[in-house]
Each structure stands twice: as structure tokens, then as C-alpha cells.
Design a protein around this ligand. Structure first.
Ligand SMILES: N[C@@H](CCC(=O)N[C@@H](CS)C(=O)NCC(=O)O)C(=O)O
Length: 216
């Protein structure tokens, strides 16, 4: 019986861990801490993650941070032929890594997180309208290549099988949709397909602190 605790709730990065855990059918506990309210700065949490960021996963004393690494670790450790989230074939794995690098660097860090910092959190990172406009334009250029990939009617980014790359991409798309970014029909259909998965619906509920703080 795994001894899993996921730290973090409410954000587009934290839901990735919840989603992977639920796709893999794993039981886990959660410490539903939040960002920027002091929760990540406590001595207890800093000992786990000195970068003071969420999410962090603890598996029986093994600590792993970074949302994409958490998804990959869970799949490698607990995935089965039926529900594995990361391919094992070397070329499929290379394709998976290619997508993950693209999503994390070009869509998340370089586009959406720039907007988050300079539009959503100006009191911390400074208002920067030019950077925000450029980040939105860059997101549109990059996401157009994903739309073209999905235009061949594949259900998931890598084809017929749902993978961790879908967790990462879909959480970027829901983030972009909340920012009112226009999305091509193939992207919208894909996002709806992903967010209709029972594991996503369960993860969205689990990504809220109230889910864990409720009395039985
Ligand atoms: N690359 C990291 C990003 C983690 C991250 O930036 N988390 C934000 C919340 S979405 C956070 O912890 N912010 C707290 C802070 O900056 O103080 C991942 O994907 O896990």
C-alpha cells in the first residue's frame, strides 16, 4: 500500500499531480497548501522543497518536486500496462519528452507564467504590459502548432493513448481559456475531451482545500 502525500492545491501546476494520482487509481493524502500566503515558507515545507514552490510529492520519504517530474515518477513507479502515463518504448519516450519540454518551456514558463507574473501579480513581479502582450502573441504562435497536430483527429497528443503530456497540455489550455485566449476548434475539442475524464473531474475537486478539510 503506497504511502503518498501530495502538497499543494488550487493551481494549474498542483492539479497535475492530483490528476496523475487519480488516473493511476492511487490513494493518497494531501496537504492542500497554497502559494503566496506563507504556506510554502514554513520550516516544515521548506525542508521538503527549498524552492518553496508547489506541488511536492512525498512517497514514503522520497521527495520529488516539479509537476512534470511528479507525473513521470508516479507513472514509472505505479503505472501498469493499462494505465501507464509515460511510454516505455525509447522512440515513444523521446516523443513524450519532446512534447513535455515544449509544453513546459514554451507554453507554461515562457507564455502563461509570464502573463501570470506581469498581469496577475504586478505587486510582486511588476506590471509589464509589453511583456504580457508579447507573451500572449507568443502563446498563440506556439499553440497553433499543437492545433495543427491535433487536426488529424487523434484523441490525445501522442495518438490513441492518453499520457502525462495530455495532463500538462490540458492544464495549460484550461489556464489559457481562463485568460480568454482564443483556441482553435481542435484545441477546444481536445480540452473538453481531457476535462471530461473522470480522473480530471476528481482531480479538480481534490485540487480545492475544502475537499481535504471537510469533516467526514
Ligand atoms: N515548474 C514548477 C512551477 C511551480 C510553481 O511555480 N508553483 C507556484 C504555484 S503554481 C508556486 O508555488 N508559487 C509560490 C511562490 O512563487 O511563492 C512546477 O511545474 O511544478
Amino acid at each position: 500500500m503506497p504511502n503518498l502525500t501530495l502538497w499543494g492545491a488550487t493551481t494549474s501546476r498542483t492539479i497535475r499531480g492530483h490528476w496523475a494520482l487519480r488516473e493511476l487509481g492511487l490513494d493518497y493524502r494531501c496537504e492542500p497548501i497554497l502559494s503566496r500566503n506563507g504556506d510554502t515558507q514554513t520550516a516544515r515545507y521548506t525542508a521538503l522543497n527549498p524552492r518553496q514552490k508547489i506541488p511536492t510529492l512525498v512517497d514514503d520519504g522520497f521527495v520529488i518536486t516539479e509537476s512534470a517530474a511528479i507525473v513521470a515518477y508516479l507513472s514509472a513507479t505505479y503505472g501498469t500496462d493499462a494505465n501507464r502515463l509515460v511510454p516505455t518504448d525509447p522512440r515513444q519516450r523521446a516523443r513524450y519528452d519532446e512534447w513535455v519540454s515544449f509544453i513546459l518551456t514554451e507554453l507554461d514558463a515562457t507564455s502563461l507564467y509570464v502573463v501570470r507574473r506581469h498581469l496577475g501579480l504586478p505587486q510582486i513581479y511588476g506590471a509589464a504590459p509589453v511583456a504580457v502582450e508579447a507573451a500572449f502573441a507568443y502563446f498563440q504562435r506556439q499553440i497553433a502548432t499543437v492545433a495543427a497536430t491535433l487536426d488529424d483527429d487523434r484523441p490525445w497528443l501522442m495518438g490513441d493513448r492518453f499520457t502525462g503530456a495530455d495532463i500538462l497540455l490540458a492544464t495549460c489550455l484550461t489556464w489559457a481559456a481562463r485568460l480568454d485566449q482564443p483556441l482553435a476548434p481542435s484545441l477546444t475539442a481536445y480540452m473538453h475531451r481531457a476535462t471530461a475524464r473522470p480522473a480530471y473531474i476528481a482531480a479538480e475537486a481534490a485540487n480545492q482545500p475544502a475537499f481535504w478539510n471537510r469533516t467526514p
